[in-house]
Design a protein around this ligand. Structure first.
Ligand code: NAD
Length: 495
């Protein structure tokens, strides 16, 4: 592959995201020869660091990546640090001078990526200054990569979007949803559109329901200050989960291109039923973890975590049912659930197929034999921690008589393949360098997601609940199980 040429300016260069994800991902691109001589990185943040100190930090973040010392030192020599307060216009003049100098030194052809690895309240100020201080040029490209959360509701997201769009056109805005960089999320399209046996069945005639689970064992960790304002609905459902629903529900795109996929995803999101507040309360349940055990470890209540309000009404768990009002999906519930401090960590999708029209094996004429319904065929897509898919089919048990039992066709990528596959951030940074926005969220998707989520949030804010309502180490409150039981279903994944 060709060498990519660009100057990265990372706002929030001393932060956790930059250290854990961005520097290691840039190094992997360097090891693969996708970044060589013609790249440079400016890290900016409030702290007063020297270039040398910054390079030491960068080297420390990549020390476990099997690079030779020579490689690591050469890579780090492309990094420059500038202390910068994002509210101070003068700092942008210094930044421009450094950008111009690096552009000449490394022959970067005016290609520029601005990565905002900072709290979103700064996004508007930064982009305004990039324009007013003439940092953006006509030469090469100017692309903006921004982190979640994109707004806290539709109105704030719209305001933020208008501020950004006043400076950058939509094609140059890359809103990160790092789940879209994950192998198996991208594999949803391969499974659907490269296998006729599935795509021909991918509708309400053959599918009973769809179940999406994003569960974590971790609690809120040190993110209490942020999380206690956000909650699971905004932190997980508005972005990652609705993106997965859109990928599962969309019509086949005419071509596998950014514009075609986007247009189908937006249509799918628009077909999701907008509930009334009353319907939202019926179809969505929330939970907050209380003390409990996972394996041998005892955990405390969410409300006792650092920076969390002692009477917090914020949910650490959500389960819900989306309905999609179009020809393909009418009548098929898409159940979702996500939470912290659950029994097991795992992201997976279960596609539950309908029963055969008549169960010819059913022996209800013989009163001594229990009536048996066949278990459904289930296609499971494993996203993490293991990656792969499985399909359960009913077969005959070996032996006298005729008893059916489910058999599982299971494919998991080996730990070695998974370990060698590029990390989500590495793929997304490369997409950004290539100007390919397929695996990022377009404004139309973000806007529709907020419209869906806002109603649920508003309904919940008006109706306080008694928390905590699930113990750490369980799969959420009883209501999450009742949600499916009332439709005659159950969660296929019950760790
Ligand atoms: P962080 O608090 O570790 O880092 C924030 C950075 O911003 C620091 O470098 C800090 O010096 C800088 N900063 C703050 N105020 C500034 C100012 N006025 N002027 C200049 N610099 C200033 O945060 P983080 O965890 O790295 O997260 C950054 C962004 O990425 C956030 O939007 C967050 O929601 C998002 N995000 C982070 C993760 C993660 O794994 N850390 C995951 C998903 C999304």
């Amino acid at each position: 592959m060709d060498e990519k040429i660009a100057l990265f300016t990372i706002f929030g260069g001393t932060g956790d995201l930059a250290k854990r994800k961005l520097y290691p991902s840039l190094f992997r691109l360097y090891q693969k020869g996708l970044l060589k001589e013609h790249f440079a990185v400016i890290g900016t943040a409030r702290r007063e660091w020297t270039d040398d100190y910054y390079r030491e930090i960068v080297q420390d973040t990549i020390k476990d990546l099997n690079g030779t010392q020579e490689e690591i030192t050469a890579f780090a020599s492309h990094f420059y640090y500038q202390a910068h307060n994002v509210n101070d216009s003068e700092n942008y003049d210094t930044l421009k001078a450094l950008s111009d100098e690096l552009n000449n030194r490394y022959q970067l052809e005016g290609n520029h990526i601005y990565y905002l690895a900072m709290a979103p309240q700064f996004f508007g100020t930064i982009v305004r200054h990039l324009k007013s201080q003439n940092i953006l040029t006509e030469e090469g490209f100017d692309r903006l990569i921004i982190e979640k959360p994109f707004g806290a509701d539709y109105n704030s997201a719209n305001e933020l979007n208008e501020e950004i769009r006043a400076v950058f056109p939509e094609k140059d805005i890359f809103r990160i949803d790092h789940y879209l960089g994950k192998e198996m999320i991208q594999n949803i399209s391969a499974i659907r559109f490269a296998n006729n046996i599935f795509e021909s069945q991918w509708n309400n005639r053959y599918i009973d329901n769809v179940q999406i689970t994003f569960s974590e064992c971790l609690g809120v960790e040190d993110r209490g200050g942020y999380y206690d304002h956000s909650g699971a609905l905004k932190d997980m459902v508005q972005n990652h989960i609705l993106q997965v629903v859109a990928l599962l529900a969309m019509e086949p795109p005419v071509a596998f291109s950014e514009a075609e996929i986007r247009s189908e995803k937006v249509k799918a999101l628009k077909a999701i039923r907008l509930y009334s507040e009353e319907e939202a309360l019926q179809n969505f349940v929330r939970g907050q973890y209380g003390a409990g055990k996972i394996e041998d470890n005892q955990y405390i209540d969410y409300r006792a975590e650092p920076h969390v309000h002692e009477n917090s009404q914020i949910e650490t768990f959500v389960a819900g049912k989306f309905l999609i009002d179009n020809f393909r999906w009418s009548g098929v519930p898409f159940y979702i659930r996500t939470g912290k401090r659950m029994t097991e960590k795992g992201t997976r999708i279960n596609i539950v197929f309908k029963q055969v029209p008549v169960n010819v094996f059913r022996r209800d004429c013989d009163e001594n034999i229990e009536k048996t319904d066949l278990p459904p065929n289930v296609l499971t897509i494993y996203i993490q921690p293991t990656e792969g898919f499985s399909l359960t089919l009913n077969g005959k048990e070996i032996g006298q008589g005729f008893t059916t039992s489910p058999a599982k066709l299971d494919f998991r990528h080996s730990a070695e393949t998974t370990a060698n596959s590029p990390e989500a951030y590495e793929k997304l940074l490369l997409d950004g360098l290539n100007g390919d926005g397929t695996n990022f969220s377009h404004w139309d998707e973000v806007a529709q997601s907020w419209r869906i989520i806002d109603i649920i949030r508003q309904a919940w804010d008006k109706t306080p609940v008694a928390f905590p309502n699930y113990a750490a180490g369980t799969m959420g409150p009883e209501a999450a199980f009742d949600l499916l039981a009332q439709d005659g279903f159950h969660w296929e994944w019950q760790p």
